[in-house]
Design a binder for this molecule. Sequence first.
Ligand code: F6P
Length: 323
Amino acid sequence: MKRIAVYTSGGDAPGMNAALRAVVRSGIYYGMEVTGILNGLEGMIDGEFINLDAAYVSNIIQRGGTILKTSRSPRFLTKSGMEAAATHLQNHLIDGIIALGGDGTFRAATAFKEYCSLPVIGIPCTIDNDLAGTDFTIGYDTAINTVVEAVDKIRDTADAHNRLFFVEVMGRDSGKIALISSIASGAEAVLIPESITDTEHLYHILEKGWNRKKSSYIIIVAEGDEAGGAVAIANKVKEKFSQYDTRVTILGHIQRGGNPSCMDRVIATRLGVVAVESLIGNRSHEMVGIINNKVVYTPFNNAVKTGQEIDESLLKLTTILSS
Ligand code: F6P
């Protein structure tokens, strides 16, 4: 293992830079050269390869986004895209690859096996925390803290005006951000894609609150909730409860930005070093993760297939506390 390549792919996550720094510095520590691929898989197809030295990753551990840039690349899933990428890797004498991203990144790495025999190790970077094989993905802790900070602010104005707020958070297929931030912000209800939205129960909570003159409400809605997101559910509720002054806030991409939390920096640093050591140890097509504070390795197929189950007891907390 003389030269390794590293890239960031899919949606960015706070802590990607910290993981990149750890990959580059530990690669150098173990006597290897490290090549960075710009713009994710798009850059791999187009041959955007650069040398990374220790100085290149100075002063980035605290920065959100990714200095390598990232992309979502439908082109990579074509035969010609993968062939072009494989040729560039060969021309640059790459011996192993480290991919930073989420489920789409690991699915692409698995499909690429047919065109490229190089070993690949994945580092879980996504705010969604929707991969099996790690307790926490890099970026999740920062994102939930961003959400809680925002909802605290919304609560102030909701309370001042006696309003009902629907706050939409990210998570196309995963309700983890919604669930945890609803507990931490004391939301009255949470709607997530993993469980069927019980509109009647929501109406019941609102009715009960109205009768006891409850002044403000926060309902957290994951963007992928099958009821159709915050706007759709707010419209339904408005029809039934015209007495409520209802507002919708969509937090959007602020959840992906910002300086990574201490927790995300530490996980990123640990996993960056473990990823390099995994390549040296001849591992391949596995995601590195941390479960119960121990490093674990999960084949890409399992990491993306199973996802993490929603803990029903956490879901029940909001119901109990808002009754
Ligand atoms: O996968 C991370 C994520 O932030 C999802 O929660 C969200 O649905 C999606 O990315 C948004 O992606 P994009 O920035 O491409 O719109």
